[in-house]
Design a protein around this ligand. Structure first.
Ligand code: PMP
Ligand code: GLN
Length: 383
């Protein structure tokens, strides 16, 4: 039977394709962004303890109270944002479900969702699942700035919401206060709401993460998404959440009920423990990843690749034209055979394929020895 038309163009995700390629070729996988070491022992042990203590049945649909309270406390502690843990916080099955449920719960068929490209792949799929249409504004490499005129021109009478991502995957861009103010001003003027994906909120190396919800007038029109996967290096646990005004959180809750209803009881307990870790944890986590970014950036530059600045996330992008190549997709498909490394072609995150064609993303959330091995192998490109 044929795949439903709304999934036209959405086959296997690039992450699945590239991770499978790494597995079959034995290449070093710098494609899919997942750490190759576990997060904090006390968080892991809290999950084990929760399983042993019998916390293994369905959690409440909105998430266990301990976690909802820990999320509210986290928003206050880091951003001075007050959210009511009972009505303004909802736990989801990863940020992925939060994105899906937000699109399904907030969009009417035919609505437009305005987002920036390159965009995280599930945005396009979830917008399509909701019967909405995406409109994109291009972040132009290497600075990944956007044109405010293009942003204004992309808003139509059908625009329902702006889907934002900062720190941004795949570019590593961290939106500046000025950029966020421009988005906020447009939202106020055109009465738009914002759904903002901030899963890399604690992985900022240069500059500062500013949740758009903290800008004047934005708290009541912003739904903020995050996830424990990135912050605590347990990407397989899939504990995510949304916070924001009750009406928006409730729209997500209604959709979410019929997707998974609820998940991950013992992991929810453990992420609550993680969110309460002291500042030393958060600071050393970011410092560790910053050093990895620098290590990989230097290694890639040594092979002759032009490396764009990355201020946050797990990722950095290179322009392969610097080594005489032009097609990132072809480059990534041949890279395991040529030198035993897997990366991700950024073109899959673009509607404007010309803008994305020569760009390739590498992740640096791996052990130093793995990064060094990959750099060593990539040396074959220069030889
Ligand atoms: N948003 C972005 C920008 C991501 O990079 C990811 C990937 N991990 C997600 C959402 C999905 O997060 P989760 O694993 O919590 O579903
Ligand atoms: N967020 C991860 C990345 O960008 C991938 C997660 C997934 O495989 N869906 O690499």
């Amino acid at each position: 039977m044929a795949l439903a038309a709304r999934f036209d163009g959405f086959g296997t995700t690039i992450f699945a394709e590239m991770t499978a390629l790494a597995a079959t070729t034995g290449a070093v996988n710098l494609g899919q962004g997942f750490p190759d070491t576990d997060g904090p022992a006390e968080v892991r042990d809290a999950a084990i303890d929760a399983i042993r203590a019998g916390h293994n049945q369905y959690p409440p649909g909105s998430g266990i109270p301990e976690l909802r309270h820990a999320i509210a406390a986290h928003q206050r502690r880091f951003y001075d944002l007050e959210v009511d843990p009972d009505s303004e916080v909802l736990v989801t099955t990863g940020a992925t479900e939060a994105i899906a449920a937000a699109m399904l719960g907030l969009c009417e068929p035919g609505d437009e969702v305005l987002t920036f490209e390159p965009y995280y792949d599930s945005y396009a799929a979830c917008i399509a699942m909701a019967g909405a249409e995406r409109r994109v504004v291009t972040l132009r490499a290497p600075s990944y700035a956007f044109s405010i005129a293009e942003l204004e021109a992309a808003v139509t009478d059908r625009t329902r919401l702006v889907l934002l991502n900062s720190p941004h995957n795949p570019t590593g861009k961290v939106f500046t206060r000025r950029e966020l103010e421009q988005v906020a001003a447009l939202c106020a003027e055109r009465d738009l709401v914002v759904v903002t994906d901030e899963v890399y909120e604690h992985l900022v190396f240069d500059g500062e993460h500013i949740p758009i919800a903290t800008l004047p007038g934005m708290r009541d029109r912003t739904l903020t998404i995050s996830s424990g996967g990135k912050t605590f290096s347990f990407t397989g646990w899939k504990v995510g959440w949304v916070s924001g005004p009750h009406s928006m959180v409730d729209a997500v809750r209604v959709a979410k009920q019929y997707l998974t209803y609820a998940s991950g009881t013992p992991f929810q307990r453990a992420i609550a423990v993680g969110l309460a870790l002291d500042d030393t944890y958060y600071a050393s986590f970011a410092a560790d990843l910053r050093a990895k970014r620098d290590r990989l950036a230097a290694g890639l530059a040594d092979t002759g690749l032009e490396v764009f600045p990355s201020a946050g996330t797990y990722f950095l992008t290179v322009d392969i034209r610097s080594i005489g190549e032009s097609d990132g997709m072809e480059f990534c498909r041949s890279l395991p055979g040529r030198c035993g490394v897997v990366a991700v072609p950024n073109v899959v995150f673009y509607d404007d394929v010309d803008a994305g064609r020569p760009l390739v993303r590498f992740t640096f959330c791996k052990r130093d020895s793995v990064l060094d091995d990959a750099i060593d192998r990539l040396g074959a490109l220069a030889r």
